[in-house]
Design a protein around this ligand. Sequence first.
Ligand code: ZN
Ligand code: FE
Length: 209
Amino acid sequence: MNLSAIPAFQDNYIWLLTHAGRAWVVDPGEASPVLSELARQQLVLEGILITHHHGDHTGGVPELLAEFAQVRVYGPANEALRFDYHPLQEGATIEIFDTAVEIIDVPGHTAGHIAYWLNPSSQSPILFCGDTLFSGGCGRLFEGTAAQMHESLQKLASRAPQTRVCCAHEYTLSNLRFAAAVEPENTALQAHIQQCEAQRAQGLSTLPS
Ligand code: ZN
Ligand code: FE
């Protein structure tokens, strides 16, 4: 399967998984960039994964459902979304392109936030973590407690270290600059900032992390 990111709004990424002309998208906050990319690659949308209820992660779903009748939509069991979907929570497993996808409960940013982890054959694992874990930081605590967020991050940290972390925003440089203010002596951090600045200067994404 192929993994790529569709930029949306100011700094969102809508992750796209494709295989043999079929496509899944993660957190489509708006439909138009997804529809353009599907048309460009001549893909049929097969499914949608939602990590949490925020509008910048769900807003495009109704329009995508109107375009593609057969789409399966998965989302968090402990949040209310304003369209029909299959509710998921930790312990559940679904399949995308014959690859098992594990569901992880990661409350903190929102109360019912979930993450999706998959381990495709002959590739590094993939994590879709929405607004929970970012490159160099984590999501804001809108609904959960710091203790919940810490526990959620520990769960993600226990996954394979080569996991490709596919977060939903390009927040890397602002997170790293904050980190550098906290740890001014950290030379690994300085090197990583330089690398990410170079990527952004070329208009490239810093993700997956
Ligand atoms: Zn959010
Ligand atoms: Fe967001």
